[in-house]
Design a protein around this ligand. Sequence first.
Ligand code: MEV
Length: 328
Amino acid sequence: MDLLAPIPARTLPVSAVAPGKCILFGEHAVVHGAPELLLAIDLTTQAVVLPTRTGAPVLNADTDAREHNAYFREALARGWATGPPVEVRTVSRIPRAAGLGSSAAFAASLSAAFAAATGGIDRPRLAQRAFDVERAAQGVGSPGDTSASVAGGYVALNGGPGDPLWTVTAAERSWEVRRVADPRWVWVVAHSGVGRSTAEAVRAVTQRLAAEGGARRLEEFAEVARDGIAAVGRGDRVRTAELMRRNQELLVEVGVSHPRLEALLAAAAPAAEAAKITGAGGGGSIVALPVPGRETDLVRRLARAGGLPFVVRPSERGAELLGAAPPR
Ligand code: MEV
């Protein structure tokens, strides 16, 4: 099966699903053009688009959703500008504001469903559209989350020797997205329960980098991510763990840690080869590489420390229509 096949044309009702993501290396620095490594995770958002007789688009029974939800508004503007009013229902298993890509999965699944109902779309254009939706709604950010959600599996931005998937552009720069081989590892993620805004965290780090003349700091992030992409790609756990620890130090230095995240990282230490913040930080989640055989112990430790832990496997499937492929 071609996991990167175009999204085919369908008539309404259309149902699409897209995975969340977890960042292993390079969050924040990727916004400024440095490399990043992410994997799509086996938690998804599903969007169903149905015809409706109401005069305005509806999202999960909210008839004013265009006013309340910038992602919905931007997805409509980019994918359904001339279409008749529709009802959209979403079901998500991805915790919100947790650094696990819930908004990217919303943008990718809804963009895929709209695109299917307007003639279909290839993956590079879907990756660009999902990013445009998220970027317009958030005002800042990179296409890492949306590209992982569209591609599935492990993906690198601006690094790695893997097959190029696509290039995503914004007004100020572009990012090259490549496939990275799946090392077949299990990861454990734990949500701190502290919500946070990606846009606020990105703006705070951007200001901090500017204030400290961030070129050198960005190069440190870039080196770690570049080496991390290579280490994961060749299945080198020891080096990956070292680099995760270094990446965590850099994230602390740019100010995105939080006492709850520090508590989770400390709790994970005895049962993890390494652990770090994943995503924007300031709250949200950590990701840990478990000591093999100690996955359950690690989950227990994180739960005892007050986190919401779960074992994460990569989703090799990215955004797709439901009904076109075997259920996941
Ligand atoms: C958010 O998941 C990751 C950040 O690097 C922002 C972005 O890349 O859009 C903090």
